[in-house]
Design a protein around this ligand. Structure first.
Ligand code: FAD
Ligand code: SF4
Length: 508
């Protein structure tokens, strides 16, 4: 074959830009399972299984359509080295692919084509609303890079929830204030369970293979129930808009024990593997809005996540890599506490969020941002250690979306390039948004001493430590206002207690 078409594990779409001009006479497709990909961060078993099962199902779909495909199973080489072998063996003249979602892989493929002196046709991924060029243009004349303005532009450009003159539906761009309620005191009540899928022969084989080959990797396969084909992803989307979307908005930020999914869509892995196109998701939500007369706040809140955040973080990743992976604004150096990998901590909030993460490979946004992310920032953990954990442990984790969320949003590692202030909170926030504190050894409102909530102690410690910096900026000045109500003596006790915690992070 003259042309080799590379399809990566997160590019599983028959409509892919890489297949647009496929020539059945002269082209060949290659897909590679690389052991290296599962191990360069110590990936969750469910994440590995999801990728492998979805890839093998996609390979089957290609074969059913008579595409010439070389599928390399369990290669011990990296993707680039496996490709190299194939290209050299076949005398390929051109390599075609869609731009990888991971900078590291993009660079490796570009280097390979240079090294081998072959032509590389790397095409833009058509699964995003915003092209690189549009994002760069938007950035060009901005003093501050903020989601809100980018999101408004996307709404106007794509005519979503705007009238013919470009004004927002119901006169308001953003209904976030309506979307931050905790569950009622008695608990979340009955939530329609996410859709379940039976494991076919391909998935069964993959689960068996992963449990043997990657048995030391974190997480469990017991609850593996992710869409692995486009058909299943479409079913999951239908089910979400039919049964779960209606309550998504109000309880978007709420947390409760034994409620791992809340009313969330659980569609990120399907969109990220390209089993679903985000346009299909947004369109389905707009149809359901009219059909079921859903609340605009819910519909806008959901669409903002996809048309706004998802596109925005991708733009930032492409703009700021490779620097984004190195940024460490606060110069933090602590190791990630060992219990992030096994959930063995006395803190009820962490235990629940990490426990469900290990069980399912999933936690929702507020758990990632305000529980595990918040703690990692307050505990002064080295950003790259935190980012590796997020990349390893969530089934939807691909670097273009994981890194900006972790380094940029949760850890403020890039010094607020696209967020106005660090997202930090004390135990009081977790108490307000969940029932976690009810059964915890620690007390959310105690700031130091044996019963003190570590989140609370470290929160005040962080404010004390960075007080001058926070007070120097109008964006963060208000954050330290409450410090004035804590006596100097108590502040000293907080600092001493925080030191103790920071020196023994593995045993709290
Ligand atoms: P829903 O709550 O139902 O939201 C709908 C969709 O909106 C999601 O499927 C997702 O595609 C999109 N979305 C929502 N929030 C974001 C966001 N902040 N950035 C980008 N897209 C968003 N998302 C990933 O897809 N992969 C990751 O590796 C990832 N890592 C994260 C790490 C941290 C520290 C944080 C704070 C967030 C991370 N997110 C990541 C964003 C978000 O938490 C997940 O997209 C979401 O929890 C997935 O669950 P869901 O499909 O039920 O989402
Ligand atoms: Fe988490 Fe603190 Fe509440 Fe315990 S008391 S659940 S550690 S916030």
């Amino acid at each position: 074959p003259k042309r080799l078409i590379l399809i990566l594990g997160d590019q599983l779409d028959l409509q892919s830009a890489a297949l647009q001009d496929f020539n059945f006479e002269t082209d060949e497709i290659i897909m590679i399972e690389s052991v290296n990909e599962a191990q360069y961060v110590w990936s969750h078993k469910a994440k590995i299984a999801l990728f492998l099962s979805a890839m093998r199902h996609f390979a089957k779909a290609l074969k059913d359509l008579q595409y010439p495909l070389v599928y390399i199973k369990e290669s011990s080489l990296s993707i680039a080295d496996t490709l190299k072998e194939r290209i050299q063996k076949q005398g390929t003249q051109q390599l075609v692919c869609v731009e990888p979602g991971e900078y590291r892989l993009k660079v490796a493929i570009e280097r390979l084509s240079q090294e081998l002196g072959i032509d590389l046709d790397m095409r833009e991924d058509n699964h995003f609303y915003c092209t690189h060029q549009e994002f760069t243009q938007w950035v060009a004349n901005k003093k501050e890079l903020r989601l809100e303005y980018f999101y408004r532009l996307m709404r106007k450009t794509h005519q979503i929830l705007v009238d013919a003159d470009g004004n927002p539906e119901a006169g308001q761009w953003n209904f976030d204030q309506d979307n931050r309620k905790p569950y009622p005191k008695k608990g979340p009540g009955l939530i329609d369970k996410p859709l379940s899928f039976t494991h076919d022969a391909i998935t069964k084989e993959v689960l068996d293979f992963v449990s043997k080959t990657y048995k030391d990797h974190p997480g469990s396969l017991d609850a593996f129930d992710w869409p692995v084909t486009r058909e299943q992803a479409l079913e999951a989307l239908d089910y979400f808009v039919e049964y779960r979307l209606r309550n998504f908005g109000v309880y978007q930020d709420a947390m409760w024990t034994d409620t791992p999914f809340g009313w969330h869509s659980i569609l990120s892995s399907s969109m990220n593997l390209k089993l679903l196109n985000p346009r299909e998701v947004v369109d389905a939500v707009l149809i359901a809005w009219k059909k079921y007369s859903l609340d605009l706040a819910t519909v806008e809140g959901f669409i903002r996540q996809i048309l706004g955040w998802r596109e925005f973080v991708r733009g930032m990743y492409c703009l700021d890599m490779p620097q984004m992976a190195q940024d460490n604004h606060y110069k933090h150096t602590n190791k990630l506490p060992s219990w992030y990998w096994n959930g063995k901590t006395k803190m009820a909030c962490m235990k629940d969020a990490i426990g469900q993460t290990l069980h399912y490979g999933y936690a929702h946004h507020i758990q990632r941002l305000m529980v595990t992310g918040n703690f990692a920032l307050l505990a002064e953990v080295l950003p790259s250690e935190v980012c590796d954990w997020y990349l390893a442990i969530y089934v939807d984790a691909i670097e273009w979306v994981e890194l900006p969320n972790t380094a940029g949003m949760a850890l403020f590692a890039n010094g607020g390039r696209f967020t106005s202030k660090p997202y930090i909170a004390s135990g009081a926030y977790i108490k307000r948004m969940s029932n976690y504190c009810n059964d915890c050894k620690y007390k959310p409102d105690v700031r130091f001493g044996e019963n003190a909530c570590p989140v609370t102690t470290l929160y005040w410690n962080f404010l004390i430590k960075h007080r001058n910096q926070f007070e120097a900026s109008p964006r963060t000045r208000l954050m330290t206002a409450n410090l004035k109500r804590i006596s100097d003596e108590d502040q000293q006790s907080i600092t001493i207690h925080a030191k103790k915690i920071l020196n023994n992070l593995d045993v709290i």
